[in-house]
Ligand binder design. Structure first.
Ligand code: HEC
Ligand code: HEC
Length: 928
């Protein structure tokens, strides 16, 4: 062979080899997360996943999928599709054996895809949202020369910040779309200020805001306007409105009679937290575990730290007679677990209560390990909703201070001061009487509290008497001369205490008394026995008892002055706020797996831990709620920041980057701009130290946000849902915004902040709950015109105009409001008493704004929408005015009936109807 020829053969061989290598390298790799997992989730995992493992084969975790199945075969043999039972099963013809069972076969392409994936090595991928957040590079936009400033470039000119880079980058990579969709120009100034104002403060801008913005000709006028909105006290109210859905905040308890439960101090805490831009990590920790936060010098938690924990005391409680307190206590704990995952982790962890997660990598046991963090709180579904933080009236708080001063001067150790503090602020620790047993002539009345009759007794099990010289009892009766005796160890054992029971008028009305006990050491059963010969049928009802050491400086076995002061304090009429408290000592609770989620069927005991598929808790963190909360806001937690950023994004843009804000797991809709989400999440945690205001500002300053919202026919055809963000958001206002805007535009809105919830006008007949003595008492004065978030919220009869505009009833956490547009909404804005009154008020103002109806209507519209009305619309509204005015001229009585606020002329009535129609216009109830 000639050398040249040999060389050319070698070249050919070399070329062939390299092109094969090149080809295989080029071959598209199948991606598990986006191509395989959805296929398995849809077709297989119901039978081969977290719930059922048919034939011992599961596709939930890699190790399970690769293990031998029941037949002894491997369903998946990485690198060898032909040897994989899974592929064989997909291609069989016998429907008894062919997978998926009881369903049509997979498509050819789908089977091919699975085959390729296995041949490529069956790489298992972790779902993107469970991977740590790494900060992506901000994509470059424009051309090389334009970046140097040599030539002009549309993209560079349009973009304002990094968000826009990601958005432009995305569209430029979208096959078939590049070129057909282009960013929209900035909206006009009026549209912008209305959008920013409604988004950031929940209110339309004031006339002055508009003038300031229009007159500001400086280059950063827009930024300054955004800053003013962020600094407006209304900002905190707007974002609290959002958070209340997540916190399932309400003014009532939820079940049956759905009685009142004042939680408004927690609502006010939120408003202040948002306004002072409390960093989101701290905001999180305080709500989940404010009661456990260590303070300087071992000081007890502050009121504000305790108030924050109201978040998880919004769970429903059941006061109905006969219901099991433990069942509903457990239900509340489960709700806390699920809500915590919903709100902060965007994961449907609630599915793991009864079986392992069918789709996401969480096992059944892990649910209960996580529940152990929440299972040790003091609340036990008692009607008093304890533990509650007590807010004393002026005179009583002086007594509390005196007592504290006394104790801290004499305390032998800090523990004594802490105990006195806990007792007076929270009346804890106590033993609720539903734990008593061995009833004789006694009963657990209504399945709530122990009640005893003449010659009756009940046992308090296994009480630690060491150093406890005080027994505190909360009790009541209508009996005249009942006497209670406390025996040690048996119903006729040694007498520790004998006392008359105070008559309170009813067993349900209680008074709290402090008694001295002799020195007894060790743990003992205590028996309460009752002698009540005068009215043997009458019940003495005990709500709770507490064993305490005597206050420092008080005699051990008789009561001293401070004991009397303590009694006064415990009986003072205080306002109560349910808060979180941890069980201590004897009361610490163990946690068990509930088999199939049933609280009555307990499996193995578990201790607190976080799921394995997420980063572990740092060793230095305590294994309690506080440690858990800190784990959630750790930089390593892949979910918290993503979920938060996504939620705030949704609020401004109408749709989340992950549309399913409630689920960023494998069943959620994939993100439209994952890199942008991760970049924002990383910035949020690192650069901006969890500042929500900075996050929102970044979004509001982007060109993406500032675009006008008009959609061209091409844009609608190519991207009907605006997934590529090539136009601004245009969505219906929230229930809160609809109300608040109407009140603001009509001049009725009260600026009063904070305080108990109010009862503005609502249609008659809404509150008709059985067993409830409570009624809707129309608030007076400006309280009728407060912002929506101050409206009293009864879960079983929520405020009608709010639910008509898609607000939830708040029994459970609601992560996303699905927007609807229904005729009912028009019925509300046209007829609801609040809207009718607002229209009249606006009309009353309009009539002084010009001589002709046209001028008056024009002024009204200008006031609502901050811009003039088009000629065509003005003509329609003027016609409405004229026909209505003629109608009222013929029916003057009707005009007087309509108008409650001033003299009922046909002109004013017609103007009110016109204003009413304007407040119901689509553009008015829409943000654009
Ligand atoms: C409706 C329930 C159901 C669905 C859906 C289903 N399977 Fe099955 N699968 C079964 C049952 C039951 C068995 C065991 C009985 C049998 O072997 O036919 C089984 C057996 C298997 C086996 C054999 C395991 C062994 O022991 O060797 C494989 C592999 C398998 N399925 C794969 C799949 C795949 C892949 C899908 C989705 C494309 C799927 N299955 C969907 C119920 C289901
Ligand atoms: C209160 C208990 C409970 C909760 C909470 C629960 N499930 Fe289930 N689920 C069950 C029970 C019971 C079964 C039947 C299991 C069986 O037959 O072995 C089941 C079965 C399933 C199955 C198998 C379906 C089939 O075809 O047999 C899937 C998938 C499933 N659940 C998904 C979910 C999802 C998703 C959630 C959360 C949104 C959820 N489950 C929450 C109790 C629950």
């Amino acid at each position: 062979m000639k050398p040249l020829f040999r060389l050319s053969i070698a070249l050919v061989v070399l070329l062939t080899l390299s092109s094969v290598a090149w080809l295989t390298m080029r071959e598209d790799r199948v991606d598990f997360n986006t191509q395989i997992k959805p296929l398995l989730n849809k077709n297989c995992i119901a039978c081969h996943g977290g719930v059922k493992k048919a034939s011992d084969f599961s596709l939930l975790f890699e190790h399970e999928a690769l293990a031998k199945a029941k037949s002894g075969k491997h369903a998946i043999v990485p690198g060898n599709a032909d040897a994989s039972e899974l592929i064989r099963r997909l291609t069989l013809t016998d429907p008894e054996e062919r997978m998926p069972l009881e369903a049509p076969p997979l498509k050819k392409e789908e089977i091919e895809l699975l085959r390729t994936w296995i041949n490529q090595g069956a790489d298992w991928g972790k779902h993107w949202a469970y991977e740590p957040v790494t900060k992506p590079e901000v994509p470059k936009i424009g051309t090389f020369w334009s970046r140097l400033g040599v030539v002009e470039n549309d993209e560079l000119k349009w973009a304002k910040n990094e968000i826009d880079h990601f958005v432009l980058d995305k569209i430029s990579h979208e096959k078939g779309l590049a070129g057909s969709l282009k960013p929209s120009p900035e909206a006009d100034k009026i549209t912008l200020i209305r959008r920013v104002s409604l988004d950031l403060t929940g209110l339309p801008p004031t006339e002055q805001d508009v003038v300031d913005f229009l007159n500001d000709k400086s280059p950063n006028a827009y930024e300054k306007m955004v800053d003013r909105a962020l600094a407006n006290p209304a900002y905190g109210e707007r974002w609290t409105g959002m958070w209340l859905d997540l916190a399932r905040y309400a003014d009532t308890k939820g079940y049956e009679a759905d009685l009142s439960r004042p939680m408004w101090r927690y609502r006010d805490w939120l408003i202040k937290a948002f306004n002072e831009d409390k960093p989101f990590d701290q905001f999180t920790v305080e709500q989940l575990a404010g009661d456990l936060l260590p303070n300087r010098n071992g000081e007890p938690p502050t009121d504000n730290q305790l108030i924050a924990t109201g978040f998880h005391r919004n769970t429903m409680t059941n006061d109905e007679g006969g219901t099991q307190d433990e069942e509903y206590r457990v239900a509340a704990v489960i709700d806390r677990v699920n809500t915590t995952w919903d709100v902060w982790q965007g994961t449907t962890f609630g599915c793991v209560q009864c079986h392992s997660h069918p789709y996401d990598p969480f096992t059944h046991d892990e649910y209960y390990k996580y529940m152990a963090f929440f299972n040790n709180t003091r609340d036990e579904d008692v009607p008093s909703d304890t533990p509650t933080l007590r807010f004393y009236k002026e005179a009583d708080s002086v007594k509390v201070q005196e007592l504290h001063a006394w104790v801290s001067q004499r305390a032998a150790n800090p523990q004594q001061t802490k105990m006195a503090d806990r007792l007076t602020r929270l009346t804890e620790p106590k033993v609720n009487s539903h734990y008593f047993d061995q009833y004789v002539n006694a009963s657990l009345m209504g399945a709530m509290y122990t009640a005893i009759q003449d010659k009756g007794s009940a046992r308090m099990k296994d009480m630690d008497l060491n150093g406890k010289n005080r027994l505190i009892i909360a009790w009541g009766t209508k009996a005249e001369k009942a006497v209670m005796t406390v025996h040690q160890d048996s119903p006729d054992g040694p007498v520790l205490l004998q006392q008359p029971v105070p008559k309170t008028g009813s067993p349900w009305r209680d008074t709290t008394l402090v008694f001295a006990l002799p020195n007894v050491s060790g743990r003992h059963h205590l028996y309460l026995t009752l002698s009540n010969p005068k009215s043997p049928q009458d019940w003495v009802m005990v709500k709770w008892v507490s064993l305490q050491p005597a206050l420092p400086g008080q005699p051990a076995t008789i009561l001293g002055d401070m004991d009397h002061k303590l009694t006064e304090i415990l009986n003072a009429k205080a306002e109560l706020l349910p808060v979180m408290q941890e069980n201590t000592g004897d009361q610490v609770r163990e946690t068990f797996v509930f088999q199939r989620g049933n609280w009555l069927v307990k499996g193995k005991k578990v201790s607190a831990d976080v799921p394995k598929s997420l980063p572990p808790m740092d060793k230095n963190l305590p294994k309690n709620r506080l440690g858990l909360a800190r784990w959630m806001v750790n930089r390593q937690n892949p979910l918290t920041a993503r979920v938060a950023v996504n939620r705030f994004w949704e609020q401004l843009f109408g749709t989340g980057i992950v549309e399913t804000v409630e689920d960023i797991g494998t069943q959620g809709i994939p993100p439209t701009h994952q890199e942008l989400l991760d970049w924002l999440a990383a910035e949020f945690m690192e650069t901006d130290h969890w500042s929500v205001k900075k996050l929102l500002k970044k979004m509001a300053l982007s060109a993406t946000y500032r675009q006008h919202s008009k959609a061209s026919p091409e844009a609608l055809a190519h991207d009907p849902w605006n997934k590529f963000l090539m136009r601004g958001p245009r969505v219906r206002l929230t229930a809160e915004q609809v109300r608040d805007q109407t009140l603001a535009a009509s001049g009725l809105l009260s600026k009063k902040q904070f305080g108990p919830s109010v009862m503005p006008a609502q249609p008659d007949g809404i509150w008709q709950s059985p067993y409830s003595p409570e009624s809707w008492k129309l608030s007076q004065g400006e309280d009728r015109y407060r912002r929506a978030l101050y409206t009293y919220w009864k879960r079983t009869a929520p405020y009608p105009s709010m639910i008509t505009f898609d607000s939830p009833s708040r029994e459970f956490c609601q992560l996303r409001r699905l927007r609807t547009n229904t005729p009912l909404q028009a019925l509300v804005t046209l007829n609801d008493p609040v809207y009718v009154e607002a229209a009249q008020h606006l009309a009353d103002w309009m009539r002084y704004q010009g001589k002709t109806p046209e001028q008056q209507i024009q002024a009204g519209f200008q006031r609502i929408m901050l811009r003039p009305l088009s000629k065509a619309k003005l003509a329609v509204l003027t016609r409405l005015y004229q026909t209505t005015q003629r109608h009222y001229q013929q029916q003057p009585d009707e005009a007087r009936k309509l108008l409650t606020c001033s003299e009922g002329t046909p002109e004013l009535a017609a103007l009110a109807v016109t204003a009413n129609a304007m407040l119901n216009l689509d553009e008015v109830v829409t943000k654009e």
